[in-house]
Design a protein. Sequence first.
Length: 297
Amino acid sequence: MSPLRSFLFIPGDSDKKLSKVDSCGADAVILDLEDAVATANKAAARDKVTAFLRARPRERRPVQLWVRINPLDTPMALDDLAAVVAGAPNGLMLPKANGPEDVRTLSHHLDALEAAFGIARGSIRILPVATETAIAPFRLGDYASAGLERLAGLTWGAEDLAAAVGASTNLGPDGRWADTFLMVRSLTLLAAHAAGVPAIETLYVDFRNDEGLIASSRGARAEGFSGRIAIHPTQVAGINAAFTPSEAEIDHARRVVAAFANAGDAGTVGIEGKMYDIPHLKQARQVLASAQIKPAG
Ligand code: COA
Ligand code: MG
């Protein structure tokens, strides 16, 4: 399966926003029980999200239904799990993960709850937000050797990390990410690839700026991210487009794969006066895989 390109956040306590799920066009939605829901609404949101999931069995979902639970070090996390697993979400986003051990703990809870609710073991995936506490970035490299079968990707967040380090902004004077945040973004990208899972770019907060979103998302894909968080339905189409290879890219990737196939075991080939070696072949195969096209060679 090609990686999920867009994950649209939907506050779990909003009937109006939940009603947009089936038409939003995202590859996945994340029904939020954490920061988008005020403390007084947590229990109601949990019930609403559980009912929403149960009304849409997995085999009748045009869009994957994920849930962002509350952080594991809050008592709400277990309440969230005990409720929402009954609805067989496709995955859970784990906010403020301190490292792979938190994902392992969540995975153990899921082993038991999937068994209790008669859901296929291991079928609920986990996407940790892997940079939201001060310790978390130091453990990013550990995901590669942690053997976490449910790990669906790694994503990063700049808002909670800013709060965690007492930063009054996460931006530099030029309006781009400040150094600390750029660093953890790069580390997330590297850690995801080291672990062999998709790297998911964080949200683009200026949700009325379509051009900025598209340019930023194209840049993220060029760097090796394979999808992005959305916060508003109007962001979904731009994100999907930015993370889908263009016809020209697909065409080029096909030619690279074909040239290597024709050259037998060659480690390097020439195409129109340019040298291509094994990393180019790998890239071409990745492009075809993300376009869900089986490489011919
Ligand atoms: N999911 C589903 N529907 C959404 C939506 C979302 N994330 N964001 C907006 N909509 C809907 C609105 O309900 C509105 O519906 P209507 O046309 O039927 O009235 C329509 O899209 C247009 O909304 P708009 O007025 O442009 O935005 P807003 O001011 O109502 O909401 C936000 C702005 C940022 C509050 C909203 O986009 C939102 O809640 N985003 C998700 C926030 C979140 O979950 N954050 C947690 C992770 S950081
Ligand atoms: Mg947060």
